[in-house]
Design a protein around this ligand. Structure first.
Ligand code: CS2
Length: 505
């Protein structure tokens, strides 16, 4: 295998089959800082920006920031930030080199450098894909003020660890320096993601305000820190967006295959499907790239699209992941080809669709038809274990919200509640029929307690709903727990086949 890396210098020697950036990368200046520069960002937002740069925009290069691990930076820095996007469909693969990430920073190594780029007047948009758990929400949805990283960021605002700390400190510095705020564009799978992040950041800033006021901090003399919460609430735009593209984790086989086709080595190519969708609320006071020219839908209200995606795509994904794992299927396409799981997903969609707004022009029939095709893509090998991660953070918006709404309408959400039970059963299967640590969850330490104590299905469900804050204070909560416990009982006794068969009765 070749060891010459992909780089600005080797771009020209790539085979003609590979699409390369059609613009002079040296002429691009940074305009977007992205927090959480993982595979999803590289297969989605960075590609739309690459399209804009190819069309001649020069002010919207991306500075990629990793909030935790140096791995992506270590892979891409020797490649001048270039990487391969492999668009895979059953039987075909198309390679494209993406050039929109101009530089990368690793926050724990140098928080000051991240703050500097966030404070740079050229930075007009900050995008985020930090995963659900990094929003640090407590069970009730508010900021988890007891989280050690939040406490640390309030104590030492100049050395942040969290997205909350970075955004707040840099917005304060911009304000003090008379630089207009950037627009914050959340790209994670959360309902009303922009508004949710806005609320959390304002909450964080209010705690910071209170601390500074209490300590009589000298910074209050500067305009950047006086009543920062109000400044962020009133003056900073947080449009919501719906992002969609399936991005399985890259394997060593993928690396070898891509290098073989390129003729140079790419330490971290990104795998994805042909489909891509981005719907964004059009509220960018500091300007934005002309995304609408490259397939992005700019709207006034993203909510209907977001709910449809979270409840139909991601909801089905979680169902396929947990039922698939319990049935011995390692990938989405194999699980989806299992007739019992396929029937289940169709019924799950039928149960969730009535919760979506009727007057928003959503075409759920063609949406689910397309989802069925996407889930059947055999070239993706999207692992069920990958999707199974962080269930406690994902199920509320994917499954539980729809289940509670159906209960309110007097309908028994038999399929939705089975997904919750399948999650609990899959957690219990780790270290037994599934490898220990096959997937992980931020609540893992606490989640294993009910299993270790051999609690009944009813007791287990009650304790897990309490831990995860599922359906907290919601009218249908008790009934949802009852339905979930019945399914868990079946799953424990007879496995997924018994639980799925019992649905018909
Ligand atoms: C998946 C998503 O891992 C998961 O939880 O459901 O990452 C999914 O692939 C994307 O949201 C698709 O846009």
């Amino acid at each position: 295998m070749t060891s010459t890396p992909l780089s600005n210098a080797t771009l020209k020697q790539l085979s003609e089959q590979v699409e390369i950036p059609g613009y002079d990368r040296a002429k691009v200046s940074p305009g977007i800082v992205h927090l959480g520069v993982g595979a999803f960002h590289r297969a989605h937002q960075a590609v739309y920006v690459d399209d804009c740069l190819s069309a001649g925009e020069t002010g919207w290069g991306i500075v990629g920031v990793s909030l935790r691990s140096p791995d992506t930076r270590d892979a891409l820095a020797p490649q001048d930030g270039l990487y391969t996007l492999a668009i895979r469909s059953s039987g075909a693969e198309k390679l494209r080199i993406i050039g929109s990430i101009g530089s990368m920073l690793v926050a724990p190594e140098d928080p000051g450098a991240v703050l500097a780029v966030l404070t740079d007047p050229r930075t007009r948009i900050v995008t985020l894909t930090i995963t659900e758990k990094a929003y640090l929400r407590a069970a009730g949805g508010g900021l988890d003020t007891a989280h050690s990283d939040i406490v640390a960021d309030l104590t030492r605002p100049e050395l942040p660890k969290t997205a909350h700390g970075f955004l707040t400190e840099s917005l304060a510095r911009r304000r003090a320096a008379g630089i207009a705020p950037f627009t914050v564009l959340c790209c994670d799978n959360l309902p009303a993601n922009g508004a949710t992040l806005h609320r959390l950041i304002v909450e964080f800033a209010a705690l910071r305000d209170a601390r500074l006021a209490h300590s009589g901090d000298a910074r209050l003399a500067h305009s950047g820190d006086a009543d920062l919460a109000r400044h962020i609430a009133d003056e900073v735009a947080f449009p919501s967006s719906m992002v969609d593209r399936i991005v399985p984790a890259t394997t060593d086989d993928d690396r070898a295959r891509v290098a073989g086709q390129l003729g140079v080595a790419d330490a971290w190519p990104v795998m994805t499907e042909p489909f891509s969708q981005w719907v964004i609320e059009d509220h960018f006071p500091g300007g934005r790239p002309a995304w609408e020219q490259f397939g992005v839908t700019m709207v006034g209200d993203v909510r209907p699209y977001e709910d449809m995606k979270l409840r139909l795509l991601n909801g089905a994904h979680s169902a396929i992941a947990y039922l698939g794992l319990l049935s011995g299927h390692a990938t989405v396409d194999r699980a989806f080809a299992d007739p019992a799981i396929r029937r289940f997903v169709d019924a799950l969609w039928a149960e969730a669709i009535p919760t979506l707004p009727r007057d928003a022009g959503l075409d759920t029939a063609s949406y689910t038809r397309e989802l069925a095709q996407r889930f059947s893509n055999t070239a993706l090998a999207h692992r069920t274990a990958q999707i199974a991660n962080d269930g406690s953070q994902k199920l509320p918006q994917r499954i539980i919200a729809s289940a509670l709404e159906r209960l309110e309408d007097g309908v028994r959400p038999a399929h939705l509640s089975l997904v919750v039970a399948a999650w609990i059963a899959a957690c219990e299967a780790r270290g037994k029929t599934l490898p220990a640590g096959h997937f992980t969850d931020p609540l893992d330490a606490a989640l294993t307690v009910p299993g270790a104590r051999q609690l009944s299905a009813t007791e287990t469900v009650a304790s897990i709903f309490d831990l995860a804050g599922f359906a907290k204070g919601q009218p249908g909560g008790e009934r949802l727990m009852e339905l979930t416990a019945n399914h868990l009982e079946q799953l424990r006794r007879g496995g997924p086949a018994a639980a799925l068969a019992a649905l018909g009765s």
